[in-house]
Ligand binder design. Structure first.
Ligand SMILES: [Zn+2]
Length: 109
């Protein structure tokens, strides 16, 4: 029994590295920062500002912070795990990244 336990301890999956998840003001700052890096444009060429001119957010017209690896999959709020997307691109698939890839494939055909 103890030997089995030893083997288990040696080969058990590594504990998940906790991804950074931002909330409130920190999340807002991060979101606006990602939007600025993308010049407030989605990859598809659609203008997707972080907020409207009056400072409000419109789900259809404003840009979305899209996670390449979702929170559920262990992804976090890190620059290398997010993309700035317009509503359409973010909503194309559950996994926005996949949607982008399939879009690329279509254009290659
Ligand atoms: Zn787009």
């Amino acid at each position: 029994m103890s030997m089995l336990k030893e083997i288990y301890e040696k080969h058990k999956p590594n504990p998940k590295i906790k991804a950074v998840r931002l909330y409130g003001k920190a999340k807002q700052k991060f979101r606006v920062g990602v939007a600025k890096i993308a010049n407030e444009f989605c990859k598809c060429g659609t203008y997707a500002p972080a907020n409207l001119e009056n400072g409000s957010f419109d789900v259809f017209r404003c840009g979305h912070l899209s996670h390449i690896k979702s929170y559920g999959a262990g992804g976090g709020d890190a620059l290398d795990n997010v993309e700035w997307k317009c509503y359409n691109c973010h909503m194309l698939g559950e996994d926005g990244h996949l949607a982008w890839k399939s879009d690329k494939k279509e254009r290659e055909l």
